[in-house]
Design a protein around this ligand. Sequence first.
Ligand code: ATP
Ligand code: MG
Length: 547
Amino acid sequence: MDKPTNKNFITNIIDNDNNTNKFSGRVHTRFPPEPNGYLHIGHAKSICLNFEIANLYNGVCNLRFDDTNPEKENIEYIEAIKKDIEWLGYEWNSMHYSSDYFEKIYKYALSLIENNFAYVDSSSPEVIKKERGTLTEPGTNSKDRDRTIEENIKLFNEMKEGNFSDGEYVLRLKINMLSPNINMRDPVIYRIKKFEHHRTGNDWCIYPMYDFTHCISDAIENITHSLCTLEFEDHRDLYDWIIEKINHENKPQQIEFSRLALEHNMMSKRKLSELVEKKYVSGWDDPRMPTISGMRRRGFTSSSIKDFCSRIGITKKNSSIEMGVLENTIREELNLSAKRVMGVLDPLKIIITNYPDNEKEEILAANNPNDKDSGQRNISISKNIYIDRDDFMEFPEKKYFRLSPGKEVRLRHAFNIVCDKVIKDNDGKIIELECSFDPVSRDMKKGNKVKGMIHWVDANNCTDAIINIYDRLFKEPNPSDLESFNEKSLVIKKDAKLEKNIAINNYSARYQFERVGYFIRDNKTSNETIIYNKIVSLKDSWKKINK
Ligand code: ATP
Ligand code: MG
């Protein structure tokens, strides 16, 4: 939706509405989260859609907290949701709470009772459920369906006054128990819940249900196009029924689109909150989480998330998107924007035996070869350097072109070295390599042609860091429960060594560690310990590994 040219079936509907002057050319959308958790990337899809549609038609988009379930909602979530939307770069026209409308919604319910469109039922939830029938069997009327209007008004008022306990009575619409659409079989619209609400306190002990609240809130706010996900398709008849019966002058139109599902993730606040509560992850903003706050901490930019939402498009077909699609958007962006440095995650020390003691040299290297204006950096090299353990093999396999005994490789940006000696401790673990370098190869054209090029850092001039390496949150592409949690989704490298050019106090700077991947400083770390999060690898290696 980034570009105005991004047309989809919803813009087609709006174009048509504008041609027929259905809403006098107005476009007014809303994003209606329930404040019962942090937003995830699925919500980002809905946010982008609602705000971009409004922008496209010079309309506006509201933010509305759908706070009708006081038990699960709280202010922490409200603040987090606002922060995430702002971070994505969207400005709501006005902010509302469904709870602002409790009085109005109550009055609408009362008027429906007065018009014999609603009744108070004392049946138990089990009986109500049973009497509503199934997809293949019709429903049956409740024993209370024919209560008189007077009695219904009296009971509903007593419900409101707190004269009954939770579950003793509910208010139901009187529609049609034989309807092929189960949602139309006298749905419950009010329940008793003696629970303090985070905004209305103890003013209410009856709370309206989602289906009743949502359409009325849309009407009150003059929403034109109420965009929601496909599971509400079967609720649209009910939406329209209520809008018609309350006789509000504004008649919003519900349009459904497909939910985003992302492989190796779960798109449900309830499931994500379980991960947090059971401490599988460190919090809602754990960088492995598909939450907007987690992705922000992981190093995703808001532009990459919006780009992703634009790429997946808006359709009516449910499908599951590969993680690679999401990762590509940030990878492509960072390839153009991130500064390069070298970083060694699993250090192995090298002594360059023929390099003069107590000397060093400075090498100039591009900050970003894809960006001519990014300038150059100075990298130092001296007698002692670190390379990654991965880049050395004592007994190399065929086609292993990196360092091994007797083999010559190039140190990126510097010169060629040959490994002369492997030094081990008493347990046989390699602790050091002795290498020699070829001064002539400082000029790449003059040195021997070698197949392998490895990265390194100057041991005498580097920064210690802890690096968090993240992987898929769940092992299976479409996990159904927490059993599938990937225990290896976080690997911590405790003694990484980074090139000195890395900015110590800049939390938002993203770097490419050459040959390794993209990284950002973790925003929760102190000044003493420098912690970096891996954003994404340089290439999509997951597929290969799995094969
Ligand atoms: P969850 O199960 O994660 O809580 P929800 O639909 O109950 O999801 P809401 O807070 O009610 O969450 O959602 C706010 C808006 O975001 C709704 O309009 C909803 O349709 C939309 N939304 C939620 N999940 C997705 C998703 N995976 N893809 C696209 N839109 C979504
Ligand atoms: Mg919900």
